[in-house]
Design a protein around this ligand. Structure first.
Ligand SMILES: *[C@@H]1O[C@H](CO)[C@@H](O)[C@H](O)[C@H]1NC(C)=O
Ligand SMILES: *[C@@H]1O[C@H](CO)[C@@H](O)[C@H](O)[C@H]1NC(C)=O
Ligand SMILES: *[C@@H]1O[C@H](CO)[C@@H](O)[C@H](O)[C@H]1NC(C)=O
Length: 522
C-alpha cells in the first residue's frame, strides 16, 4: 500500500516530459570522466529522448535514439604535449592547479580543431532542448547552450569544488569543507583554515583570470559565426543544474542549493554474470581474492621498475589469489603463481564477489565508491589530483589504509593489517549500507532533475540568488561599512552636542591644555 503513491508519482513522472533533443559534450578522453555521463545518457535515450553525444568513446550498442560524434584521439599525449613529462611529477598545490588548467586548455584547443568538431560547431543543428556538458575546465563547450538557446546542465565527475559553489551561488563553507585537491581532512585547525582559505582564494581568482579567460578567447575564435558570444563565465553562472559525483555519506556534510544534486555511484551498474574462467578462479579462492587495479588511466606497467617489483614481490607472497590489472603487451618482470595479470578486468563484478577480501587502488573517486558500494576494504596508493584526499579519507573513515610512499615493507604491513583485522571489513560493510540507503537511485535522481529542467524551461527559479550579489554584499561588508560610518557620525554629533551643552569653558580649558603641551614640547 505504501508503495502505491510512489508508483503513481513515478508514473506521472514518466509521462510528463515530452521527448526532448539533448546535446551532450563530455570531451575528456579518460574513461573515468565518461562513465557517469554515459550511464545517464543511455537512460535518457531509453526513456525516449534523442541524444547527440560528443565524446571520445564509441557506443556501438547504443539505441537508435542515440547518435554520437566521436572525437578521434588515441592518447592524451597527442593533445597535451607537456603531459608525458609532467604527469607524475609531484607539485605543490599552486603549480598543480596551473598545470591542470594548462592541460585542459591545451586539450580543448586540440579538440575544437578536430575536423569533425569544427564541422559540428559551424553547422546548424535543428534545435536542442538541453545541453549537458562536462564540468572539467573546458567551458568553451558551454557556448552550445547559448547557440541553441537551451538550458545548460553540468556534470562534475570529480565531486564538488569550492569554485563550483562560487559560480553556482552556493554557500562557500571554507571553515569546515576542505578544498577538494588538498589533503586537509576532518576538523580544521586555525592554520588549516587559513590554508583552506588561501588555496580557495587562489583557485577561484586564478581560475577566473587565467583559465576562464583563455577558454573565453578560444570560444570567441571557434564560434566566430555567432554574433556575440557571451563570456563563458556568464554561461556557467547561468547553468540550470549541476550533477556532482559525490554522496554525503562519503564527504563532509554541507548545505547545497536545490540545483546541486549528488549522484555519487551513478556509474555502478547491476552486477553481470562473470565469464566462466574468471568465475572459477574467484569461486575457488579459499583464502580470498585481492584485487589490484590503479584505474583506467594510470597503469602499473608504466610505473618505474622498482615500484613494479615492490608490488609484485609483496603480492607474490600472499596466500590469496591476486587479480592484477596489467594493461601492457610486455610481460611482467617477475611472475608468481597466485598472481593473475589481466589486461581488462570487470572490477564491479570482482568487487561484488563474496571471496574478494581487499582492493588495492589509486584512490580514484569511482573506485572508492565501488569499494564502499560492495563493502570491500582498500589499500590506497595515490598519484595525483583528488586521490591523496580520497586515500586519507578512506583511512580516517576506517575502511582503508593509505600508503603515501610505496615500499615493499609498508605494502606488506598494510596487507597484513587489512587481511587480519576485521574492523576494516565491518566498517566497509556499514558504509555500504549507508551509501545504498536512498529515496531514489543515483540514476533516477540524475534523469529526474534533467527532465525537471526540461519541463520547467531551464528552471530559472532554482538558481542561487547569491550569483547576483557582489562578494562584499554577500559578506555584509557594505552593511558593516554603513554601521561603522554611522557610529562615527553619531559620535561626532554627540561630541559636538556635549560641547554645546557644557559650555565653552571646559572646551577652552581642554584646548589650552593641548596647546600648552605643544608649546612645552616645542
Ligand atoms: C526518439 O526521440 C524522439 C523525440 O526526439 C521520439 O519522438 C521517439 O519516440 C524516440 N524514438 C525511440 C525509438 O525511442
Ligand atoms: C619514500 O621511501 C624511499 C625509500 O624508503 C625513501 O628514500 C624516500 O625518502 C621516501 N619518500 C618520502 C617522501 O617519504
Ligand atoms: C540563462 O538561462 C536561461 C535558461 O535557463 C535562458 O533563458 C537565459 O537567456 C539565460 N541567460 C543568459 C544571460 O544567458
Amino acid at each position: 500500500m505504501k508503495l502505491l503513491p510512489y508508483a503513481l508519482s513515478l508514473a506521472v513522472l514518466f509521462t510528463l516530459t515530452e521527448p526532448a533533443r539533448i546535446l551532450s559534450v563530455i570531451p575528456t578522453l579518460s574513461r573515468s570522466h565518461y562513465i557517469d555521463g554515459r550511464r545517464i545518457l543511455l537512460e535518457l535515450a531509453r526513456r525516449g529522448h534523442e541524444i547527440v553525444s560528443i565524446s571520445c568513446f564509441e557506443e556501438k550498442d547504443a539505441p537508435p535514439n542515440f547518435t554520437w560524434v566521436q572525437i578521434e584521439i588515441s592518447s592524451f599525449f597527442d593533445a597535451i604535449p607537456d603531459m608525458k613529462e609532467e604527469l607524475y611529477k609531484k607539485m605543490d598545490f599552486f603549480r598543480g592547479q596551473e598545470r591542470l588548467w594548462r592541460f585542459t586548455n591545451q586539450l580543448s584547443e586540440y579538440i575544437v580543431n578536430k575536423p569533425i568538431l569544427k564541422k559540428f560547431i559551424e553547422e546548424d543543428q535543428s534545435h536542442f532542448d538541453l545541453v549537458l556538458a562536462e564540468e572539467f575546465y573546458q567551458e568553451v563547450f558551454y557556448v552550445f547552450a547559448h547557440k541553441y538557446k537551451a538550458p545548460l546542465v553540468l556534470l562534475s565527475t570529480f565531486g564538488s569544488g569550492h569554485y563550483i559553489s562560487e559560480y553556482m551561488g552556493n554557500a562557500l563553507e571554507l571553515s569546515y569543507v576542505p578544498h577538494e585537491f588538498t589533503d586537509l581532512y576532518g576538523e580544521l585547525t586555525f592554520l588549516e583554515r587559513a590554508k583552506n582559505l588561501a588555496y580557495t582564494a587562489f583557485d577561484v581568482i586564478a581560475r577566473k583570470y587565467f583559465s576562464l579567460e583563455e577558454q573565453h578567447y578560444l570560444a570567441q575564435r571557434v564560434f566566430k559565426n555567432l554574433k556575440d558570444v557571451p563570456h563563458v563565465a556568464d554561461l556557467e553562472r547561468n547553468a540550470s543544474l549541476i550533477l556532482i559525483n559525490s554522496h554525503f555519506t562519503l564527504a563532509v556534510v554541507r548545505p547545497y542549493l536545490p540545483n546541486i544534486v549528488e549522484i555519487g555511484g551513478v556509474h555502478i551498474e547491476d552486477v553481470k554474470p562473470l565469464e566462466k574462467k574468471l568465475k572459477d578462479v574467484l569461486d575457488g579462492a579459499k583464502n580470498g581474492v585481492v584485487l589490484f587495479s590503479i584505474g583506467s588511466f594510470l597503469e602499473l606497467a608504466a610505473q618505474p621498475e622498482p615500484f613494479i617489483r615492490d608490488v609484485l614481490n609483496t603480492l607474490g607472497k600472499l596466500s590469496q589469489v591476486v587479480l592484477l590489472k596489467w594493461n601492457s603487451d610486455e610481460k611482467m618482470p617477475v611472475n608468481y603463481r597466485n598472481i593473475y595479470p589481466m589486461k581488462w578486468l570487470p572490477q564491479n563484478e570482482i568487487l561484488a564477489h563474496p571471496n574478494t577480501v581487499a582492493f588495492i587502488t589509486h584512490g580514484g573517486l569511482h573506485s572508492a565508491q565501488e569499494s564502499v558500494y560492495h563493502g570491500v576494504p582498500t589499500i590506497c596508493i595515490p598519484f595525483y589530483g583528488d586521490q591523496p584526499l580520497n586515500c586519507k579519507k578512506s583511512e580516517k573513515m576506517g575502511f582503508g589504509i593509505h600508503i603515501s610512499n610505496l615500499t615493499e615493507s609498508n605494502l606488506n604491513n598494510a596487507l597484513r593489517e587489512i587481511l587480519t583485522n576485521p574492523s576494516y571489513r565491518d566498517t566497509a560493510k556499514e558504509l555500504s549500507r549507508r551509501f545504498k540507503d536512498r529515496p531514489m537511485s543515483a540514476l533516477d535522481s540524475a534523469t529526474y532533475w534533467i527532465e525537471y529542467v526540461i519541463r520547467h524551461k531551464g528552471a530559472n527559479f532554482i538558481k542561487g540568488p547569491k550569483r547576483n550579489l557582489y562578494w562584499f554584499q554577500y559578506y555584509f561588508l557594505d552593511l558593516w561599512l554603513a554601521v561603522l560610518t554611522s557610529l562615527w557620525v553619531i559620535l561626532k554629533v554627540l561630541k559636538a552636542l556635549l560641547s554645546l551643552v557644557f559650555g565653552k569653558k571646559e572646551v577652552v580649558k581642554a584646548s589650552e591644555k593641548k596647546t600648552g603641551k605643544k608649546v612645552k614640547k616645542n
